[in-house]
Design a protein around this ligand. Structure first.
Ligand SMILES: [Zn+2]
Length: 401
């Protein structure tokens, strides 16, 4: 190997090590070496360089075990390597119907300081929206990045169809079509900008959890304001030739079914999304129509509370929506046979009420033997993984400081 090849191999190994620390958290050098498949000496040499550059630090881990005499605490403490989270930062942005959210990503891939700017996204021009987005980022950067190292880039998660990682072809959040969001942000901030569909971003964040690292064929179905999906096939995010693959929410359940936000009828989303559930609940319970396209979390929780309290009509509402979801997942399994379908998103709040109908729908839609290889489970929506996903994408693409 010549010097360039040696340097390049070292830099690849260094990035792999940083990535593993992001996925698994602090680790002893020896465990890191085992996981990455390098010799302990190589890992120690890379760790020394990372320590010197301030990208990692040494922390004391748990005792290696009981001492020779069997007394607890006599074992030698393990020295662990951990990422220095504030050594750099990333600005994460999320664009959805009627809001722009901004959050601070750190070098360990963590996310904090989320802020929401309510804005009528469908009534302003695309140029105005990009300007507001830029102003929001600049303002957030001024207030939240002190105490952090350099900003490595901006990650943008958007509701809708993204082409070429920079053009928002179609989004329910915007009236305009084919909006280039990335170029104006790059010009303004002089930073790398990564943009992706929010469901893909969530799938990428989920796959980067230690628990799902070995699941090569994974479908992450996101329930909430819409119904989205991120698809990992053969270990890689799959979005098809146009970026429009995995539009699970807009696969059809019924000809001439209810109107979907996409303008067509009978999509899975038009039965299972928050706006669909709230539409049916309004009819059922005579609820007021507040924001029919984007009911609030409180409004959705109220319907869920009714089902929790044993209200049969509310339970039937979720069961029927669950059945449509089950048919949709059945079609998905028939097409790509994933190892795991994870149902998540804010809409998972009602998973316990959806699940029965979903399993029934699956059973109705699919031959049983075809279902046995795919596991289906829910993932609690503890935080908006879309931020974590775009932060991870920026960290994967931009060299460490
Ligand atoms: Zn649709």
């Amino acid at each position: 190997m010549n010097k360039i090849e040696v340097d390049s191999t070292r830099s690849v190994n260094r990035d792999r090590l940083l990535r593993l620390l992001r996925i698994h958290g602090q680790m002893a050098r020896i465990d890191l070496a085992r996981l990455v498949g390098l010799s302990p000496a190589t890992v120690s040499a890379i760790a020394a360089e990372l320590l010197q550059n301030g990208l990692v630090r040494e922390v004391e881990g748990d005792d290696e075990g009981e001492g020779a005499a069997g007394n607890r605490g006599r074992g030698r403490p393990k020295v662990m390597i951990d990422l220095v989270a504030n050594t750099a930062c990333i600005i994460a942005v999320k664009l959805s119907i009627n809001e722009i959210q901004v959050a601070l990503g750190d070098f360990s891939g963590g996310v904090s300081e989320t802020e929401t700017l309510p804005i009528d996204t469908r009534s302003i021009s695309a140029a105005e929206l990009v300007r507001v987005m830029g102003d929001t980022i600049a303002d957030f950067q001024t207030r939240h990045t002190a105490g952090h190292g350099p900003c490595l880039g901006i990650g943008v998660a958007v509701q809708g169809l993204v082409r070429g990682a920079e053009t928002l072809v179609w989004s329910p959040a915007l009236v305009a079509r084919d909006v280039n969001i990335v170029r104006p942000l790059v010009a303004r901030f002089q930073l790398p900008v990564v943009m992706m569909n929010d469901a893909n971003s969530i799938a990428s964040a989920v796959r980067n959890r230690a628990r799902y690292q070995s699941v090569d064929n994974l479908a992450v179905v996101m329930l909430g304001a819409g119904v989205g999906m991120g698809l990992v096939l053969g270990g890689h995010l799959y979005d098809g030739s146009t970026g429009a693959a995995a539009e699970f929410g807009h696969t059809k359940f019924q000809i001439d079914g209810p109107l979907c936000m996409c303008g067509k009828r009978g999509c899975v989303e038009s039965y299972v999304s928050d706006y669909a559930l709230h539409r049916d609940a309004r009819t059922m319970f005579g609820l007021p129509a507040v924001n029919v396209q984007h009911p609030s979390e409180e409004e959705m929780r109220a319907i869920c509370d009714l089902a929790d309290g044993g209200d049969e009509r509310a339970r039937t509402l979720f069961e029927q929506a669950g059945r449509v979801l089950g048919y949709g997942i059945g079609n998905l399994i028939a097409l790509v046979s994933p190892d795991l379908v994870l149902v998540t998103g804010p809409g998972v709040r009602a998973y316990r009420h959806l699940e029965g109908g979903m399993r029934q729908g699956l059973g109705d839609a699919m031959v049983e033997t075809l279902l046995t290889h795919t596991h289906i489970e829910s993932l609690p929506w503890e935080e908006d993984f879309a931020f974590r996903g775009v932060v991870g994408q920026v960290l994967d693409r931009v060299p460490a400081p």
